[in-house]
Design a protein around this ligand. Structure first.
Ligand code: BES
Ligand code: MN
Length: 443
């Protein structure tokens, strides 16, 4: 590994480009500008497009008619670094330990998008030209639902016209196993607020007399699932596409399963919907998750209070052919039905994104698999779906009319979104090679 590549990644990783945090707005903008400067330095024409949120970066080589156009999408924003105390080294001061880069964004998605950029830069340096017309589209709001990207696609649909899209923001089933992801779950968010008395009350005087919003919320949340892990919301599974036989067989043979999930997560045992394996639950079954819950006294010691409100933040992971709006409506009316009259319920829908599925054996799917074989010689390709979401991918299909190839390099223990996020130097180098093979195969 020549140091300049790592130095460049380290510069990129030092920007605390946390898109959800208003205090980091400047850092997000600085990161976008840095990216534009580097892309120009590599010989691409690059522009920064401001939005009402964070800027979008677009870069391209000199296009020639008759060549295929490939759009590579990625994001330069990252998730918050909390809990900071659990990091072994500072989240925005990248270090390499035992061949692994540790920093927020190392895997998701700075390491992976920079590997694409360096693949292009190195091809341009050695061959002056690329085998395809290339467009880089790198946004700063992926981690907050890509709020402004759909309108941008709509406005720039002519200049963003392309034949295929490639994204490296997904995972590998294990180190060294080339992985092609042909499906992702969708997502929908819903915040639940339960309110009762007009102010916090003395729990000795009013406890047992006024309904406790925290208790009411806990009871409400408990109605979302049965004891077997099935979602208990009427109609939730109505449009769910069943797993295909070949998927269940192929996934059962993968070198990744319960043992690895137990090790990576540290959970005492696994739990999920009865009748499905862990991979099936994660990749092809819809879920309801409580992402956060709060209300009432959180300080040291005790405080005898009956809180006036409690909240929970929910997200639903969706599979083909569930629709985010439909699911939000179904869960909302379920919660309304179950909510006792002694408290008030407020439901605040958040961002959403549809699930994605493509044919791994399409012309470009096969080209992507050839590129993976070149980057990982002699290894069998894992064809998988994944549980995470990249909502804009479905929007690409709707607005630009093209499919997306998901060629990710994240490892199961990459700790994306958590403390000690990491990316092996080896995967960073493989990403550079994969980009070069991919552009050749797609041409
Ligand atoms: N890289 C992930 C998506 C991902 C995760 C794909 C795991 C495959 C496996 C992406 O950056 C991400 O975290 N997306 C969010 C989307 C949300 C904030 C709208 C997610 O999945 O939670
Ligand atoms: Mn992410």
């Amino acid at each position: 590994m020549s140091d300049p590549r790592l130095d460049l990644l380290f510069e990129f990783l030092r920007f605390p480009s946390v898109s959800t945090d208003p205090a980091r707005r400047g850092a997000v903008a600085d990161c976008a500008e840095w990216l534009v400067g580097k892309l120009r330095g590599f010989g691409l024409s690059a522009e920064l497009h401001p939005t009402n949120g964070h800027p979008i970066v677009v870069a391209r080589n000199v296009h020639h008619t008759g060549r295929r156009t490939v759009l590579i999408y990625g994001h330069y924003d990252v998730q918050p670094e909390d809990p900071v105390a659990e990091w072994r080294s500072a989240p925005f001061e990248p270090v390499v330990r035992d061949g692994v880069i540790f920093a927020r964004g190392s895997t998701d998605n700075k390491g992976q998008i920079l590997a694409h950029i360096l693949g292009v830069a190195e091809t341009l340096r050695s061959h002056v030209d690329l085998p395809v017309n290339l467009i880089f589209l790198i946004e700063g709001e992926e981690e907050i639902g890509s709020k402004h990207l759909a309108a941008f696609l709509d406005q720039h649909r002519d200049s963003l016209r392309c034949d295929v899209i490639a994204v490296s923001d997904t995972g590998m089933v294990a180190s060294g196993v080339p992985t092609f992801t042909y499906g992702l779950r969708g997502i929908a968010a819903l915040e639940v607020r339960v309110t009762g008395p007009k102010t916090d009350l003395h729990s000795g005087i009013y406890g047992g007399v006024v309904m406790n919003p925290a208790t009411a919320l806990a009871r409400l949340l408990a109605t979302l699932h049965d004891a077997d892990g099935h979602v208990a919301v009427p109609g939730f599974y109505d449009n769910v596409q069943p797993l295909a036989g070949w998927e269940r067989e192929a996934w059962a043979r993968l070198p990744f399963g319960d043992a690895q999930i137990l090790e990576v997560t540290g959970a005492p045992e696994l739990f999920g919907e009865a009748g499905f394996t862990s991979l099936e639950r994660s990749w092809a079954r819809p879920t309801i998750e409580v992402n956060g819950i709060g209300g009432g006294f959180q300080g040291v010691g005790t405080k005898t209070v009956l809180p006036k409100e409690a909240f929970a933040k929910l997200t639903f992971r969706l599979v083909p052919n569930q629709q985010p709006n439909d699911i939000v409506e179904k869960v909302s009316s379920h919660l309304q039905t179950k909510c006792p009259a002694a408290v008030r319920l407020e439901l605040i829908p958040g961002h959403g994104g549809e699930p994605y599925a493509t044919d791994p054996h399409s012309r470009d799917g096969e080209a992507a698999q050839r590129a993976l074989r070149r980057a990982f010689p002699g290894r069998e390709i894992a064809l998988i779906r994944e549980g995470g979401s990249i909502p804009i991918i479905n929007t690409f299909k709707q607005i630009l009319g093209v499919d997306t190839l998901l060629l990710g390099l994240a490892l199961p223990n990459c700790a994306a979104h958590g403390p000690n996020e990491n990316f092996p130097v080896e995967n960073f180098e493989l990403g550079i090679q994969l980009n070069q093979a991919l552009l050749e195969e797609l041409s």
